[in-house]
Every structure is written in C-alpha cells, then in structure tokens.
Design a protein around this ligand. Structure first.
Ligand code: SAM
Length: 297
C-alpha cells in the first residue's frame, strides 16, 4: 500500500474534496465513483449545486484534473451527470482518459405529471472511463442470471451446456433500476441518494476484491456502504457535516466500524485529523448534535 493512504481508508472525512484529494498518494486508487453536484440548484446545505454553469464547468475541470493522477494504471472512473452538462464534461474527460461507455441510468420514474413543453427527463448520464486499455473489468461478477422461462426456451440441444446460459448475460449500457422513493428501505436524509444496486455493480465490475474505491462527493455514503458490503476499502469526502453523520449511521447499520473504534470513525474536520482515545457513543453524538452548533460536532 502506498505510504499516506492508510490514514484515509474507511473513514468518514468531513472535508472539501479538492483539499482532500491533494492528500491521496498518486497512483493509489483502483476505482473512482463520483456523483458530484449536477448544477441543478439542489439544496445540500451549501451552495455547491448553485454555481452558474460556467463556474460549474470550471470547478468540474478542477476536480477532474486533481483525481486522474490518483488512479492506478488499470484504474477506472464512473461519473454521474445530467444530460445538461455531460456533453462538456465527457469531452473534457475524453482528453485525459479512454471513454468506455455512456451508461443511461433509467430511474424508472412513473408516468405521472412531468414536463408539458418538452419530454420529461427520467435518466442520469453516467460516464465510464479507464486510464488504459488493459483496465480491470470483471464481467463475470455482474452477469445477470437468465430467468427460468428463458432458460427453458433455450433447452434445445444446441444450447445445452452453453456456459453463458448458466452464468447469465452481461449488462447493457441502459440500467433500469428504480430510484429510491420516499419510503424505500434504503432511504436516508439526503436529496439525491443513489441506490446501492447501481454503485455495487460499478464496484464489482471495476474494483478488484482487495482494491480501493474513492468517492470525492459522498453525500449519504452509498459508495462507502457498497464498498464495505463488497469487502473493498473506501476513501471519501463530504463537505456537509450533517451528511457525514448520516454516513456514519449507515455504516454502523451495515455492520461496519464501531464508533468506539478510534481508528475508523471521524465525523468532523477536527476529529478527522486528531488521534482519539475514545470516540463518543451514538447517544453522546446525539446529545452533542442537539446542544452544539453543527460545525463543532
Ligand atoms: C449528488 S450528492 C452525492 C450523493 C451520493 N452519491 C449518495 O448516494 O448519497 C453530492 C454531494 O457532494 C457534496 N459536496 C458538494 N461540494 C463538495 C465538495 N467541494 N467537497 C466535498 N463534498 C461536496 C454535497 O454536499 C452533496 O452531499
């Protein structure tokens, strides 16, 4: 492991992504899964999604330039975007990396309401890029099993024993996976939380089992939880301390680190950098949150 990497692994780091990325050793990440603000004016408790388009594109170039050197030679990057700005950002990324796919995430939005002067947008644009042609990609880990009906329909002798019938088919570049509606069991307090199923597919395919996944804009921590569930290490930053607490809780619920374990849990910029004798219990966290201004929790 590259020196300097270990102190960042599997921690909830309440930090600005650009400052945090500078601390990651070059050539140390297997995979970057990034879901930055989309420039749609969402309220993340900060102004990050409210830049004007020009400033947004400039800022996007800054984090892109900062993260690319951190990838290993066989590493890859997925970036979630909206159709509004994906053309410019994909063009910029294509100058630095090999574009492998544009994945359309069909959020399976039900047909109610929507735009009346144009078509309603119901998808996100995900760019999939690699540093080199021999990038890591484990297709077998993400195959989709054929249903029994299809298997039966292929029971003629020419199909019998065919490996692909048993191992399933490889996913295409349109992913129809439902967004997390308000009462979904995964749902937490974050306006643009992504489903685990989407992120887990990326990690299984593009991060080796002992690898490191990086998410510069953690939000509710979907990448961290997915990495934990799939036994990969993660690094991530989130600028809003409230969301950092959401991430900690999700990791605890998933059975990850215990808050008592001083090496793994950091919820504020201050605590992220200082060794601790003992982390507060969840109850103490709640008390602190209720009685102090958020920045100091
Ligand atoms: C689209 S959301 C990520 C959602 C996440 N993928 C999930 O599943 O919950 C983007 C997040 O980036 C955070 N953010 C914005 N600017 C940031 C910055 N400069 N550094 C770190 N985090 C930032 C926002 O607070 C927001 O929570």
């Amino acid at each position: 492991m590259k020196p300097g990497l270990e102190k960042l692994l599997n921690r909830v780091l309440n930090e600005d992504a650009l400052a945090g990325i500078a601390e990651i050793p070059d050539g140390s990440l297997d995979l970057i899964v990034t879901d930055p603000p989309y420039c749609l004016g969402k309220d993340y408790g900060n102004e990050s999604d409210k830049l004007d388009p020009e400033a947004y594109l400039e800022w996007s170039k800054q984090w892109i330039d900062a993260v690319i050197p951190k990838l290993k030679p066989a590493g890859s990057l997925y970036v979630f975007l909206t159709w509004r700005y994906s053309p410019e950002i994909f063009c910029y990324l294509k100058k630095r990396l090999i574009m492998l796919n544009e994945i359309i995430w069909d959020r399976k939005v039900p047909s109610m309401g929507g735009s009346t002067r144009r078509f309603s947008s119901v998808h996100d644009n995900i760019g999939f890029f690699a540093k080199a042609k021999d990038h890591y990609f484990d297709i077998d880990s993400i195959r989709i099993p054929y249903d029994e009906e299809t298997k039966k329909a292929r029971s003629r002798s020419i199909f019998v024993g065919k490996k692909w019938l048993e191992v399933g088919y490889n996913p295409k570049d349109v992913w129809s996976i439902s967004r997390l509606h308000a009462i979904h069991s995964e749902r937490v307090e974050h306006p643009t939380q992504k489903p685990l199923e989407v992120i887990e597919r990326m990690i299984k395919a593009s991060c080796p089992p002992d690898g490191v996944v990086f998410d510069p804009f953690m939000g509710s921590g979907t990448t961290a939880v997915a990495a934990f569930r799939l036994k990969r290490d993660f690094i991530g930053f989130e600028v809003n301390p409230d969301y950092c607490r959401v991430i900690e809780q999700r990791l605890l619920d998933a059975g990850s680190f215990k808050l008592e374990d001083a090496t793994n849990s950091t919820c504020s910029q201050e605590s992220a950098r200082k060794p601790k004798l003992k982390q507060p219990t969840l109850f103490e966290h709640a008390l602190a949150a209720a009685s102090k201004p958020l920045e100091t929790v």
